[in-house]
Design a protein around this ligand. Structure first.
Ligand code: SF4
Length: 348
């Protein structure tokens, strides 16, 4: 008999693990798709093999990482179904992920899709009517099976055609976790992530930064938004300088090194060679600041911020030398620490 394959949307949370295992328990091959964007699970792109091996070892699930960064940045501009409590467009997000999963079905020889959604578990995106909207707008009506609550929903094609035994599916609903925990124990799964998600669009502080960026309050044309910008937004201290320039400062060595990694050709980097302190990055300065009337003011402000957050000497913040690296050219600037009162309104 021909092997049946399903593609699973895999967040890595318990519900998605269980959804895969419930279907695998029927002898169906499941390929789990772990979608990543700069807003969730971005770091996995740098350790894909380790992640895949870990999921296989802990849960027996074959997972593939799929990078959706480019399209997702567009989605966030104006999601049709709006945002949740913060900057999280959960309904549009699920539609987007399902569309991408559907587009991958041929490649994996899959005949249907599964998710770990549970009816009524989340107020916005898991109501019965919203589940219908999600499957309809993603083009997945009838091929999207939700194993954890399938018995409460309309029968789908894989159930009707006998690929999946509906009697062995579940009828979970609501916010309680007890049934999921019991089911995990039945599968011999002892350790799993806590339900609190890793999506930064639901984090009040980081979501506010991202919203700030999307609202165009930084001196960048909307068309310029890039994946790398989102990554930079999530590091260190963020400043919008008086001319609208975007400046970022690392708070420790790890962030300094991340900022250096994220620097592009047009970015200018600042640091103090003789004293421990932050690395500063002035985004797209080679295009937006170089040669402008405010160039010298901007450089002074950036150097002053680097000194302000540098290591103190006997409790005092002293003037310091800051090296400005702008591509092929380097120059040393003697800078006074910037007064807190001056830049308090610049941070976002
Ligand atoms: S919490 Fe984040 S990843 Fe999850 S559905 Fe909402 S926007 Fe998407």
């Amino acid at each position: 008999m021909k092997e049946v394959t399903a593609l699973g949307l895999f967040s890595g949370g318990l519900d998605s693990i269980l959804a895969c295992r419930v279907i695998m328990a029927q002898g169906i091959r499941v390929v789990a798709l772990k979608f990543v964007t700069p807003f969730f699970d971005d770091a996995l792109l740098r350790r894909q093999e380790e992640y895949r091996a870990g999921v296989q070892e802990k849960y027996g699930i074959d997972v593939r990482i799929v990078d959706l960064s480019e399209g997702y940045i567009e989605l966030l501009r104006d999601p049709k179904h709006g945002y949740g409590k913060h900057f999280n467009p959960c309904v549009d997000c699920k539609i987007f992920l399902l569309r991408r999963a559907r587009a991958l079905m041929n490649e994996y020889g899959a005949s249907f899709l599964i998710t770990g959604e549970v009816l009524g578990q989340r107020p916005m995106s898991q109501r019965r009517d919203t589940l219908r909207v999600i499957e309809r707008e993603s083009g997945c009506e009838d091929i999207l099976l939700r194993p954890l609550c399938a018995k409460l929903l309309v029968e789908t094609q894989p159930e009707r055609e006998g690929q999946v035994d509906r009697h062995k599916l579940l009828a979970f609903s609501g916010r309680g976790r007890r049934r999921q925990m019991n089911l995990a124990a039945d599968f011999g799964i002892g350790q799993y992530p806590s339900p609190a998600g890793g999506c930064i669009l639901t984090d009040p502080n980081l979501a506010a930064r991202i919203e700030h960026y999307y609202q165009g309050r930084i001196n960048l044309a909307a068309a310029d938004l890039q994946v790398n910008d989102i990554r930079l937004l999530l590091v260190g201290r963020q400043f919008r300088l008086p001319d609208g320039s975007w400046f970022v400062l690392g708070r420790d060595e790890k962030e300094n090194s991340r900022i250096e990694d994220l620097a592009g050709e047009a970015d200018w980097l600042f640091h103090m060679p003789e004293r421990p302190g932050p690395t500063g990055l002035l985004r797209r300065a080679g295009i937006r600041v170089a040669g402008s009337a405010s160039e010298q003011d901007v450089i002074r402000a950036c150097a002053g911020l680097v000194v302000r957050y540098g290591r103190k000497n006997k409790g005092r913040i002293e003037p310091g030398e800051v090296l400005l690296n702008r591509g092929d050219e380097q120059c040393m600037i003697m800078a006074e620490p910037l007064d807190d009162a001056l830049f308090s309104g610049w941070q976002f």
